[in-house]
Design a protein around this ligand. Structure first.
Ligand code: FAD
Length: 455
């Protein structure tokens, strides 16, 4: 018998329950990836992710080839393509990982309908894309958790499925496919974009567990130290299994490993919010009556990293160069855009999705909403001050000097306040003056949200 595995956000062979189930139930398996034009039509095929995806598919194809198989690539509407492969291969079963977004659940519904009509069955597998499936945990009286801390307590004590071993061999029937997409053919890719794929992911994971995780609690907020795992793009494309990652982290000793489990729970938390409230991808999860400002000049300055606030500009330039940004940077630039400039979070979320290699509907949109105060933050009106934050999380100014070459010659923490430099020195730098006064921005935001404020 033959089964089809439709790979989506789970591009790996290690701890891959979808592939495992297909292999257990059939002699031959078609490992299928469908290049879906709907993703491009929805504006989600940003160059950085397209390039990274090409690496992921190449790496998956290699891993399957080493096991006697290969990856079959097709292009078109996924349900149509899967049905075509089912007909060509004589498959009776199709396996896929459960998705979270509205797009993914609709794809699943269509797949189920068309496969049933074609006389084949669809099996949807949980705990592949997240460690704990969305919907598994809920407080009394609701279908999802709206606050992280109680979610985390439940998440932390929940039993998880066992990690599955990578298959020893994969037999693929004779069936045609298209060539692998090439990373080199993608235009507009960030120069410092990381390499994708399961092989690189596993090397990074091993390096992180050996030397990195231990320091996570102390250093994860240090902008210049760059001491987070940088596993986010590999989790986004499923080159690494979140179940395996939680399992491996739990086996490590120490405060660092304990702290590292928490962001993995944040990832699941946002997924369960999006699964329960799909509209929160683009609509306010908790509307606050905002009438956002649209100042094209300010928004361009923010996008280009020319706001005159060095830490903000450093982070935005890191995003442009690497297609990735440190979490503390993401928090600062998002707070700056939505609160200090009082611009719509969707403007920022869209820009992030255009560049982030880990750009993810659940994590991006709901983190933006969290920062804008329209999401799940229990302190929705806090405004992060980029200056105090910079002095705290980039105490010596190294992060700014790394990303803002105009300021590379300014020593120490003085780099965070170039406006205090002697006027002649400042002119020579060619670095912009601040586009907004922080106190004015804060007051404007407080008034807009109807808050009483104190100086
Ligand atoms: P680590 O600190 O090593 O954390 C390990 C993993 O935990 C990450 O790889 C990620 O999968 C998960 N994680 C960490 N922090 C969060 C968080 N706050 N929410 C959800 N998951 C988290 N993350 C994305 O994966 N995709 C996005 O599109 C995205 N957009 C964001 C937008 C904003 C405005 C903010 C504030 C955060 C966003 N994040 C997003 C969350 C976080 O910034 C990144 O996951 C993290 O910086 C990735 O780096 P890392 O792998 O080194 O993280």
């Amino acid at each position: 018998s033959v089964a089809v595995v439709l790979f989506t956000s789970d591009l790996r062979v290690h701890d891959q329950p979808v592939l495992r189930a297909a292999l257990d139930g059939a002699e031959e398996v078609v490992p299928l990836f469908v290049r879906d034009p709907g993703i491009a039509a929805a504006g989600f095929d940003a160059p950085n992710r397209r390039a990274f995806l090409a690496d992921c598919l190449a790496s998956l194809d290699t891993a399957l080839s080493e096991r006697g198989g290969r990856l079959v690539i097709r292009s078109g509407e996924p349900a149509e393509q899967v049905c075509r492969v089912v007909r060509e291969s004589g498959a009776r079963q199709v396996h896929v990982a459960a998705g979270v977004s509205r797009y993914a659940t609709r794809r699943e519904e269509r797949l189920r309908t068309e496969l049933t009509a074609a006389g084949a069955t669809l099996t949807v597998h949980d705990a592949v894309v997240t460690a704990v499936p969305p919907g598994q945990l809920a407080p009394a009286g609701s279908d999802h958790f709206a606050v992280f801390t109680p979610y985390f307590h439940r998440w932390d004590e929940t039993g998880r499925r066992a990690v599955t071993a990578a298959p020893g061999s994969v037999r693929v029937p004779r069936i045609g496919g298209e060539p692998l997409p090439e990373r080199g053919a993608v235009e507009g890719v960030s120069p410092g974009l990381a390499e994708g794929g399961e092989e690189v992911a596993r090397e990074r994971l091993a390096a992180w567990l050996a030397d990195g995780i231990e320091w996570y609690e102390d250093r994860h907020d240090d902008l210049a130290g760059d001491a987070t795992s940088r596993l986010s793009p590999y989790l986004h494309f499923g080159c690494l299994s979140p179940v395996e990652l939680v399992d491996r982290a739990r086996r490590e000793r120490g405060a660092g490993a304990a702290a590292f489990v928490r962001p993995l729970a944040w990832r699941d938390f946002h997924h369960q919010v999006l699964a329960a409230r799909p509209a929160s991808a683009w609509s306010d999860y908790r509307p606050r009556g905002d009438h956002w400002r649209t100042d094209a000049r300010e928004i361009s300055a923010w996008r280009e990293g020319r706001t005159g606030y060095p830490v903000i500009d450093a982070a935005m330039r890191q995003l442009a160069y690497e297609g990735w940004m440190h979490n503390r940077g993401r928090l600062l630039v998002a707070s700056f855009l939505t609160k200090t400039l009082y611009a719509d979070w969707r403007v920022g979320a869209r820009h992030f999705l255009d560049l982030l290699v880990d750009g993810d509907l659940a994590n991006n949109q709901l983190n933006w909403q969290w920062t804008a105060g329209t999401g799940t933050d229990t302190r929705p009106n806090r405004v992060l001050n980029p200056l105090t934050q910079a002095k705290r999380f980039d105490a010596h100014g190294d992060y700014v000097r790394r990303w803002v070459p105009e300021l590379a010659g300014v020593a120490g923490a003085a780099v965070h306040q170039p406006w205090l430099l002697d006027a002649r020195d400042r002119d020579r730098l060619g670095y912009p003056d601040p586009i907004v006064d922080l106190a004015e921005g804060r007051d404007r935001f407080s008034r807009a949200r109807g808050l009483v404020f104190r100086r």
